[in-house]
Design a protein around this ligand. Structure first.
Ligand code: ADP
Ligand code: MG
Length: 238
């Protein structure tokens, strides 16, 4: 488990300012969902927490330690993307083991962790298959498995279900929530699906043009929007 603190985070690409000073305090084991229109900076914010983008100014603190200069591999964070980013030439088993191999985890431990993740995610029958031989939901589970085996302190999700059909999306979001609360891993989850946000979030962050307009429990945000933008965005079809 981990606390995450974003303190006045700003990001510019060249002369373009895309994040204008975001503050979020995340508790141990909390599930935070970030919503907002396309281009408002959701992915950029997540990528800065992951260490995949530098922070232009401000501080990111994980479990009390400032991590601005810390490499992604050393942040105890696992990220699940929309396109799964699985290696097509590797089997399910190899895909899940890959990050651990890179981190020089002992072989016996890799085998054990992959087996445990496969059991949790009901992937045991598919371990020898290649990603192209799997359904969308199974691929999504492999991406989850690859995140879980690293025993991260933090889960980051960037629209992980948007390539799935509606029925599978509902099933997978329940699985993600169940897994996250069982493992007690702090989660930051980006989506443009408001029902998904309502179901998953302990608190949601509504972003608007690089600013966090409102942060609060879903019901509070829905019943008491703090800005005109939030009022218009929430409840309107995505
Ligand atoms: P979202 O995920 O909310 O759709 P992004 O974080 O992807 O938004 O993008 C926020 C803004 O930053 C957009 O205007 C986007 O064009 C810009 N942006 C994102 N990544 C880069 C980059 N590597 N270089 C330049 N501009 C970028
Ligand atoms: Mg995005």
């Amino acid at each position: 488990m981990a606390t995450i603190k974003l303190d006045n985070i700003k990001k510019s690409f060249g002369k373009t300012d895309v994040i204008h000073g975001v503050d979020i305090d995340i508790a141990d084991g909390e599930f935070i969902v970030i919503v907002g229109p396309s281009g408002c900076g959701k992915s950029t914010l997540l990528r800065m927490v992951a260490g995949l983008e530098t922070v232009t100014s401000g501080e990111i603190t994980i479990d009390g330690a400032q991590v601005n200069g810390v490499e992604p591999m050393d942040r105890d964070i696992a990220m699940v993307f929309q396109n799964y980013a699985l290696y097509p030439h590797m089997s399910v088993e190899e895909n899940m083991a890959y990050g651990l191999k890179i981190a020089k985890t002992p072989k016996a431990e890799i085998t054990e962790r992959v087996a445990e993740a496969a059991r949790m995610l009901q992937l045991e029958p598919y371990l020898k298959r290649k990603p192209r031989e799997l359904s969308g939901g199974q691929r999504q589970r492999v991406a989850m498995g690859r995140a879980i085996v690293r025993k991260p302190k933090v889960f980051l999700f960037d629209e992980p279900l948007s390539n799935l059909d509606a029925k599978l999306r509902v099933q997978m979001r329940l699985e993600i929530k169940e897994l996250q609360s069982r493992l007690g891993i702090t989660a930051l989850y980006v989506t443009h699906d408001q029902v998904e946000a309502m179901t998953l979030a302990d608190r949601m962050v509504v972003m608007n043009g690089g600013v966090a307009d409102q942060i609060g429990a879903p019901l509070e945000v829905y019943s008491n929007p703090q800005t005109e933008f939030v009022a218009g965005f929430i409840g309107s079809p995505a």
